[in-house]
Design a protein around this ligand. Structure first.
Ligand code: T1G
Length: 709
């Protein structure tokens, strides 16, 4: 229920009645259309009340405001609709003194409301930001006009283009806040009102001029040109950024009113744009992930002490992840030289963080010390949760879990970091399948945010709830997967890889496939990605899937045999030269193209011309089709979950919203028609998912697909 509280008598100073307006619209005091109408009425009432001298805005629910209600952007406002802009306009033309008393986050429209006030006071714990760019928007309630007036054009551009959130002290240093207090921010605001009462209280930010720092006004075009150069192209994730720069340019080229009008026009363009709809979808999809049926009421366990088995790159990365979250971790590794390598990795990583100023020496030291290496399994006995990260072989893993089951305390949770193998088979040797779960981290584990949480057939709700809570503690984006080969991401990767290799076998050079996918928005094309993760990883996964049959890539077998394993061997689908990009820059290699041609000839594959558009369709529709099967089989809960996996784990461009969102954007019927054409043209490996066909025939979207109970 959204309510506004008025007055606090103890704040009245004689005849200077102060009207306190407390934003109370749980959970984040979002400034929805409806709530903005209430707020507008309250401001107009205060303006009409001669006894009121000043208005102080505060927030309930431990936050000032999370900004405009993002849900509202999917509805078409009518001329009668009131928005946060109307509230801000009423403040701007008002005669009272306005103060924002911030405790907690003031984001987006919430910060813009405070920028329209004469003064801003915040508690030390507060954070402020204009993150609209992350939604494919720009601050559309005066932020692009007021922030430059308050902190200068360059700082304002930097803060809004990054959508960064900054702490109260930093905000005060920049000039966003007038005062930072430790408590009773409303009382501090009232005291400020009393202090300024004698002076000219009006200090509307709109009356300030925009500074260009130490640059003369004629340097403005240079500042704008530079900013445009620093952001991605409009068609490749930079649409909102370029419009934001245009809006800030208006702040120093036009008067305030015309600048606001320019901002509003640019905002309207963005809020209707496909990239913004995609990014708003991701915002909500991320917040849906933890809503897993059957977990309500399950009490997660506290993970105070963790264990890892295996100090390879993954195991060490996982250990660092625990250490970074303040969870002491013991790593079991029998091979001394592996322990040495792991210690070097830990030391090097933390020293790098210190050099980059991200960590103090003390904090780095503390975290490094919280990772203990041993060769003795018994030191894991009192661990609350243990993750195995040993060689991707079922026998090796089962052997590890037999040992763990024999020594770990009864309530200890056992987890596997396997990327494809059967969780239930591993659980079967532990005698505690209810306290067994898959935790599939992505390399490098201490950097990649994605975590696939795999539920075994006997995994208890408490174990699963504990895994999700742990994911939050580790600051991961956790997605639930059922226990099936490849879980969600790698299962989709097979079809993606199949099409990439097929295209190369049909005569499209790997670098052209990669260029087409980078042009679509992927950070890295498929072949550069295979070279980075290792062609041998691809080969091992094929080995583990004898059922691949016709889908099995002969070229990967040939490359594995010829030790063309990618960056690590200096050649894979590309070649690598230490003198070029430190040996990480993919260099097209005619040898590989000849190899593809040879394999294709042996397989009787006829070369064919393929356009970039067709390349993009084949790879992205392969993902959507595989995703549809994952939904139909109940392996993934929601289309949005699949989108999050592929954006965070595999670099799918966020401005296209993920494979399932993108299929909706194209139109599922069109995708289905193309897949049917692919089957005719490219072969039986193209089988349209029955669910995709059903959605296509029904004229529906993946977004409407119900959550699997
Ligand atoms: N609108 C609608 N719902 C929101 C929301 C918002 N702005 N912010 C959060 N929620 C919901 C969220 O979906 C979740 O719902 C619950 O609140 C808790 O969120 C005109 C155009 C404020 C730092 O981009 O950064 O203003 O899952 O889990 O970790 O210029 O939420 O419980 O059903 O994230 O404590 C700009 C977005 C909007 C800020 C709190 N503002 N929000 O973090 O909680 S556009 C933003 C956040 C705008 C103006 C422009 C964070 C938070 P549910 P949560 P949290």
């Amino acid at each position: 229920m959204a309510t506004l509280h008025a007055d606090r008598a103890d704040l009245a100073r004689g005849d200077q009645a102060i009207r306190i307006l407390t934003l109370d619209n749980p959970p984040v005091n979002a400034l929805s259309f409806g709530f903005s109408a209430q707020l507008l009425a309250a401001v107009e009432e205060a303006e009409a009340d001669a006894s009121v001298h000043a208005v102080v805005f505060t927030g309930a629910n431990g936050i000032f405001s999370g900004g405009a209600d993002i849900n509202d952007f999917s509805t078409e406002p009518t001329p009668e609709t009131k928005t946060v802009r109307d509230v801000i306009a009423a403040i701007e033309r008002g005669s009272k003194t306005y103060v924002a008393a911030i405790d907690g986050n003031a984001m987006g429209g919430g910060l813009e409301l405070s920028l329209a006030c004469d003064y801003r006071v915040a508690t030390a714990r507060s954070k402020v930001g204009l993150p609209e760019i992350k939604l494919g928007l720009l601050p559309g309630a005066g932020g692009t006009q007021r922030l430059p007036r308050l902190i200068g054009a360059q700082d304002a551009l930097q803060m809004m283009l990054k959508g960064e959130t900054i702490g109260a002290e930093d905000a005060k240093k920049k000039g966003i806040l007038d005062e930072v207090v430790t408590s009773d921010v409303a009382g501090a605001a009232a005291a400020l009102v009393a202090r300024v009462a004698a002076s000219k209280p009006k200090r509307r930010v709109s009356h300030l001029a925009v500074s260009l720092g130490n640059l003369p006004p004629m340097a403005a075009p240079f500042v704008v040109a530079q900013a445009h150069k620093m952001v991605p192209p409009e068609e490749n994730g930079g649409y909102a950024a370029h419009k934001l720069i245009d809006a800030v340019q208006a702040s120093f080229e036009l008067d305030f009113a015309r600048g606001l009008a320019r901002e509003a026009r640019l905002f309207e363009e963005l809020v209707r744009s496909a990239p913004s709809a995609a990014l708003r979808h991701i915002f909500f999809a991320e917040r849906e992930l933890g809503k897993v049926p059957g977990l309500a009421g399950a009490q997660p366990l506290e993970i105070k002490k963790a264990g890892v088995v295996g100090a390879g790159t993954m195991g060490t990365g996982i250990a660092i992840t625990f250490a970074n979250a303040g969870i002491p971790v013991t790593v079991v590794e029998p091979a001394d030289e592996q322990v040495e390598k792991a210690k070097q990795m830990v030391f090097g990583m933390y020293m790098y963080q210190v050099q980059k100023g991200k960590l103090t020496q003390e904090e780095a030291w503390k975290r490094g010390q919280s990772i203990v290496f041993t060769d003795d399994y018994n030191e894991l006995a009192d661990s609350d949760l243990i993750v195995e990260a040993v060689f991707e072989s079922m026998d090796v893993k089962k052997d590890v879990f037999r040992k763990l089951a024999a020594i770990v305390k009864p309530e200890g949770i056992l987890a596997s970091n396997t990327s494809t193998l059967d969780i239930d088979e591993m659980a079967s040797v532990t005698g505690r399948p209810d306290r067994f779960v898959g935790l599939h981290f992505f390399a490098p584990a201490n950097i990649m945010k994605l975590l696939e949480i795999v539920r075994g057939k006997d995994t208890s709700p408490q174990t699963l709830a504990t895994a999700f809570k742990l994911g939050k503690t580790l600051r991961k984006i956790s997605v639930l997967s059922a226990n099936a080969f490849g879980f969600i991401g790698n299962r989709m990767l097979f079809d993606y890889a199949r099409e990439a290799v097929s295209l190369a076998e049909e005569g499209v050079p790997p670098h052209r496939v990669d260029a087409a996918m980078k042009n679509f928005g992927f950070a890295m094309g498929p072949f550069a990605m295979f070279d980075l993760s290792g062609v041998d990883v691809f080969w091992h996964i094929q080995q583990a899937r004898p059922d691949m049959g016709a889908g099995r890539s002969k070229i990967v077998d040939r490359m594995y045999a010829e030790k063309r394993l990618g960056q690590k061997t200096g050649k894979g689908f590309y070649r690598y030269d230490k003198a070029v990009g430190k040996g990480r820059e993919p260099i097209p290699d005619p040898e590989v193209e000849a190899l593809f041609a040879q394999v294709a000839a042996e397989a009787g594959i006829t070369p064919r011309e393929t356009s970039d558009a067709e390349i993009v369709k084949r790879l992205t529709f392969a993902l959507a089709n595989a995703g549809a099967n994952l939904l139909a089989e109940g392996i993934a809960l929601r289309p949005g979950d699949i989108d999050i996996v592929y954006i965070y784990g595999y670099g799918f461009p966020p401005h296209h919203g993920g494979p399932m969102w993108y299929a909706d954007e194209i139109g599922v019927a069109a995708v289905y028609a193309d897949i049917e054409r692919f089957r005719e043209t490219y072969g039986p490996q193209w089988q349209a998912s029955p669910l995709l066909g059903e959605i296509a025939r029904g004229g529906r979207t993946f977004k409407e697909v119900a959550v699997h109970a």
